[in-house]
Design a binder for this molecule. Structure first.
Ligand code: C2E
Ligand code: CA
Ligand code: CA
Length: 567
């Protein structure tokens, strides 16, 4: 039979005894099983322990000795960071000394005279086993970098606290480093590690002497489970200051999410919530701390419900497309030019849900294409229906989310819609928000270019809200600029806004593309834009987004006006 070799390391034992006879007896008892070292007084013992601190498995220590007695050795060993892990069995003839030695940290005792050899061997073996077991456990429960607990141990420990002290009000705190990835990349891993260690030890200092526990959950994510505190800002500031002191050269920013204990949430639930709160301040320049509250909870539940309901909504056709007209304002009177398709969700329980509630949510969860493809299809079909009914082609714009631009099927999908409804590509205009251009502009520009080559017109949405530089704009393939509505909505309050509008019109002129002003609500705003040379207006001044049947009235009105013009 093949058997793997068992490597039995012979443990090292130090016997500290001033009586030679006793040393000999102990040596005899132990030497078959152990490597035995000897010291005849406390001072020599200290030197030997120091010299063999990595290898010693146990010390058998006489209490009564000249030069330095056993109590002093015991005290010094237990005070030392490194030596304290070595278990000590005290050797004594006096009952009265046992208690004191145990209180000072001795692991066990053996009484003189040494007549029961088996008992002595058994005690030594058991104490070594216990102490090694404890060291193994300690290694398994700690994160070696920060010496905080690791994830598994921490969560188990937190559960125990919750189970055995249900009346304690414990907070869950999550701490994360902003863009730690870049900190590592720019300054090296060694620096990154020193940041993590510093943060770990600051957290340990904060918890010292309390019942709180902490761990490094993963990479740069730290968790604290501690008795409820009121001033989280003070904690965040303290930790932030510690990191500021670490380096004046590198700016390291912490963010923190807190879920205050409510006695009935399990630690896992509390930490989920604290993490949600922490993620909500990600990337923010102003706020670095968020406390989970009823409001966030409601929003979370609401989002979850919307995600759950999406599939049924598509099946039951709960999404409805509204149309908002764009008017050519350089004509007199202004003329209906085209419209934007805007989605609404007619939810059976929640009523009409505005797109702001679900579009960003579905974008984040990679589900937006489900809604958008439905909207594109509806809009393409609508163009064909109105064309058949009124003999005019009213172009419609649809919105493209950033993620869709990178969908390899995008061109195929759009071309299919065009051909199945017998349209021209230019009848279905595509709105792409400006911020999409700043993300991964090279790839985006390539896709947009291909779509334009196929005949689609591209409108840059929310222009002025992103950060595209004049430099990138001039190289972007676009057909229309849609000016962000904040410019026109601020125009009454501050005069600078009007200057900005003029500037955007100048840029569009330079690019040779027309401008659509969004969010126009008043005649005053409308007249300002007209005088400044803006081409098109979309806004409540003309009409809110309307369901198809109501929008038809605008088409009919337009047809009648055009007949009048001709007659
Ligand atoms: P957007 O593309 O910038 O659409 C214009 C938004 O401004 C619409 O809001 C519209 O109702 C609103 N609006 C129009 N005129 C006025 C006005 O005079 N005053 C004010 N205060 N608001 C005005 P809505 O329909 O709530 O849509 C919000 C955003 O949701 C849209 O912004 C767009 O980014 C997104 N969205 C809407 N429908 C879709 C869709 O089918 N697909 C995708 N991916 N996004 C959509
Ligand atoms: Ca739009
Ligand atoms: Ca817009």
């Amino acid at each position: 039979m093949i058997q793997s070799k068992k490597l039995q390391r012979r443990r090292q034992v130090l016997v500290v005894e001033d009586q030679e006879l006793n040393r000999d007896i102990l040596g005899m008892i132990l030497e078959d099983d152990y490597d035995v070292l000897f010291a005849e007084n406390g001072a020599i013992a200290m030197e030997m322990i120091q010299a063999n601190v990595q290898t010693l498995s146990i010390v058998l220590l006489d209490l009564m000795m000249p030069v330095m007695d056993g109590f002093e050795v015991l005290r010094r060993v237990k005070e030392d960071e490194e030596m304290r892990r070595i278990p000590i069995i005290v050797l004594t003839a006096e009952k009265s000394a046992e208690l004191q030695a145990l209180q000072m940290g001795a692991a066990d005792f053996i009484t003189k005279p040494y007549d029961m050899h088996e008992v002595i061997l058994a005690r030594v073996a058991r104490i070594i086993e216990l102490s090694e077991g404890r060291q193994l456990i300690r290694a398994a429960e700690r994160d070696p970098l920060t010496n905080l607990y690791n994830r598994g141990f921490f969560l188990e420990y937190a559960d125990q606290i919750h189970r055995y002290h249900p009346q304690w009000r414990m907070d869950a705190i999550v701490i994360n480093i902003e863009r730690f990835h870049s900190v590592n990349e720019l300054n090296g891993r060694a620096f990154g590690n020193s940041v993590l260690r510093t943060l770990g030890s600051a957290i340990r200092d904060y918890l010292a002497g309390t019942d709180g526990i902490a761990c490094r959950m993963e990479a740069d994510l730290f968790c604290i489970y501690c008795l409820h505190c009121e001033d989280y800002h003070a904690l965040l500031n303290y930790l932030q200051r510690t990191l500021n002191d670490l380096s004046i050269r590198v700016a390291i920013r912490l963010r923190m999410g807190v879920c205050p204990g409510d006695n009935d949430g399990s630690p896992a639930v509390l930490f989920d919530r604290a993490r949600t709160a922490c993620n909500m301040v990600r990337g923010s320049y102003k706020t670095h701390l968020m406390v989970y509250d009823e409001d966030i909870r409601r929003k979370e539940l609401y989002s979850q419900q919307l995600l759950n309901d999406l599939r049924r909504a598509v099946e039951e056709k709960q999404f409805v497309v509204f149309y908002q007209p764009k008017y050519d304002i350089q004509c007199h009177p202004p003329r209906l030019n085209s419209a934007e398709a805007l989605v609404r969700w007619k939810h059976p329980e929640l009523g009409m849900i505005p797109p702001g509630d679900f579009i960003p949510l579905f974008e984040q969860n990679g589900l937006i294409h489900v809604v958008d493809e439905y909207v594109w299809e509806t809009a393409a079909h609508q163009i064909a229906v109105w064309c058949g009914k009124y003999g005019i082609t009213l172009p419609l714009s649809v919105n493209l989310s950033r993620t869709e631009v990178f969908d390899p099927e995008l061109e195929k999908t759009l071309l299919r819609l065009i051909s199945s409804n017998a349209l021209n590509a230019k009848d279905l205009k595509l709105e792409v928000t400006e911020s999409a251009y700043t993300d991964d502009s090279e790839q985006l520009v390539a896709v947009i270019q291909r779509l334009r080559d196929l005949g689609f017109e591209i409108e840059m949405d929310d222009f002025g809200s992103g950060y595209s530089s004049l430099n990138t704009i001039s190289s972007l393939p676009i057909d229309v600029l849609k000016m962000d509505m904040k410019f026109i909505q601020n125009v009454d309050e501050d005069t600078r806004s009007f200057r900005l509008i003029e500037l955007i019109l100048d840029i569009a002129g330079y690019l040779g593309v027309p401008v659509v002003a969004e969010g126009v609500e008043t005649a005053h705003q409308m007249n300002l834009l007209k005088a400044a040379g803006c081409d098109y207006v979309q806004g409540y001044y003309f009409s809110r987004p309307l369901p198809a049947e109501e929008f038809e009235k605008l088409i009919i009105k337009e047809i009648e006006a055009s007949k009048e013009r001709k007659s």
